[in-house]
Structures are given as C-alpha cells and as structure tokens.
Design a protein around this ligand. Sequence first.
Ligand code: NAP
Length: 280
Amino acid sequence: MAHLIDGKKWAKVSREETAEAVKQLLQAGVQPGLTVVLVGDNPASQTYVRGKEKAATEVGMRSTVLRLPKEISQAELVSVVQKLNQDPTVHGILVQLPLPVQIDENVIVASIDPLKDVDGFHAVNVGALSLGLPGFVACTPLGIMRLLTYEHISVEGKHAVVVGRSNIVGKPMAQLLLKANATVTICHSKTTDLASLTRLGDIVIAAVGKANLITGDMIKSGAVVIDVGMNRLDNRLVGDVDYASVEPVASAITPVPGGVGPMTIATLLYNTVQAATKAL
Ligand code: NAP
C-alpha cells in the first residue's frame, strides 16, 4: 500500500511558514502585496481567483483583485499591468489565464515586471530556470518540489518521468528535477509506447489532463507517483492517474483532490513573500 502524500496538510504547513515570514516583513515595515488581474467572467477563473484572494488575506498579505470587463483591449490591459509594475505596494502580479480572444497572452505576460512575476511565466524567469539562475518558478512544479522536500523524498540520482510538456507544468517540472540531479525523461502526446517509459520511472509525474491515463501496469513497483491532473469525470474531480490500480504498486502517491492543487496556491504565497523580500 502506498503512502498518501497529503497535499492539504503540507499546504497548511507552507501557509503557516509564509504567515510567519509576512509577520517579519511587517516588522520591517513591508506588507507583501499580491494583485490578481481577472478579465471577464469565466466561472472556473472566478473560483481560482477567489481561492487565491482568500489564501493571501489569511496569511496577512495585502490581497487585491482587479476585475476587468471581458471587452478590454490588449493595450488597455498592458497599461493596467504597467501601472501595477510601478506600484511599490504591489510585490506580486498574477494575470489569471485564459484571457479573452482579442488579447495575446504572451504580450500580457511579457509586460509584467519579471521581479513581480510570481507565476513564473515571464520569459526572463523561464530562461533563468533553464540557466540555473535565481528567479520565479511556476507555482505548480515548484509546489511539487516543495511537497517532495516536506516528505523527505530525494530525487537525486533517480529516474524521473514527466508526462506532459506544457510551459506551465511539464517543462518547468523537468527543469527543476534536472536541477535537483534527477535523470529526466519527458513524454508527450507523440511519445510512442508511453508505458515502456513510465515503467522506468522511480518518480512519475503526470501532467496531461486525461482522466486515469496512467494505470497500475504502467508503474514500477515502489515508484513515487505525483498526479497533477484535474479532470471532471461523471461530475467528480479525478486526476491523470488511475488511483485504484496505481496505489497498490506505488510507494507514495498524491490524491486528487488534496494533493498537488493545495500546494500550488500555497506556493503562490511563498513566491509573493520572496518578491516582497527582494524589494526590501
Ligand atoms: P496542457 O497544456 O494541455 O498540456 C498537456 C500535456 O500533455 C501536453 O504536453 C500534451 O502533449 C500531453 N499529452 C496529451 N495527451 C497525452 C498522452 N496521451 N500521452 C502523453 N502525453 C499527452 O495541460 P497543463 O496545463 O500542463 O495541465 C495538465 C493537467 O494538470 C490538467 O488536467 C490541468 O487541469 C492540471 N493542472 C493542475 C494544476 C494544479 O494546481 N493541480 C495546475 C496546472 C494544471 P503535446 O505537447 O504533444 O500536446
């Protein structure tokens, strides 16, 4: 039976550590500020943003949500971001994606000051990660590395198989694992014989968006399995990992919900404290 990696528990620990860091910053005269920009009325985005706002307030940050109409032009949105770049009370800026069709997400992300890019999506931060330089790292993959650290699961010398190569999860995940001295294989939709590769993994990280894609016969006995997926199936939230068949084979596994998800928001708060500390 696999050990359950309790993301909710570790996210609470992370938030408590962040709240302590916020207290110290307040004593130094700085209240970390996170501003989330929400364009339009996408219901999923509204839910995510409410979660981020609440979590930031609870750790003592100044938390602001700018709700903008879905008709806003790209130039107007760039100008909103530029004002936030100049505002010394704003340490972290997050523009909730996706954006309406008239707006090029790349242009908006590029307009964020890299020093306030707590989502870690700006090319400067992505480049810093690949060069092994300091910078902000996307919250989901960084949250997974922090989860592994809390659990005392070392990745050094292990073979890590990352399934998925998106810019927000798969690619930065692979970079972080490489930086931590794992041997990394990246799989994607054009990978032939996925199972033959996942079976080699001491650590398997699934970030695909396909319910129950990874099954027990694809996992080596004793592997650590991290499930990033969030899929709706029969009105339930399920991961990319078929928990029922993988759990008996793995040594440790994250559940969905309650695994990677809570650590993502906790890591956004962690990144915002880093931004405020750098601004001191
Ligand atoms: P994405 O941008 O759609 O990327 C999915 C990746 O999976 C792509 O690289 C794709 O390959 C690959 N893929 C698709 N079908 C595959 C298959 N049959 N075999 C192997 N690889 C396959 O998704 P994402 O943004 O990375 O998100 C992935 C999942 O994680 C989603 O369920 C999302 O909701 C979830 N997520 C969760 C959190 C959290 O906090 N828990 C955060 C972010 C995302 P190609 O590149 O070849 O198309």
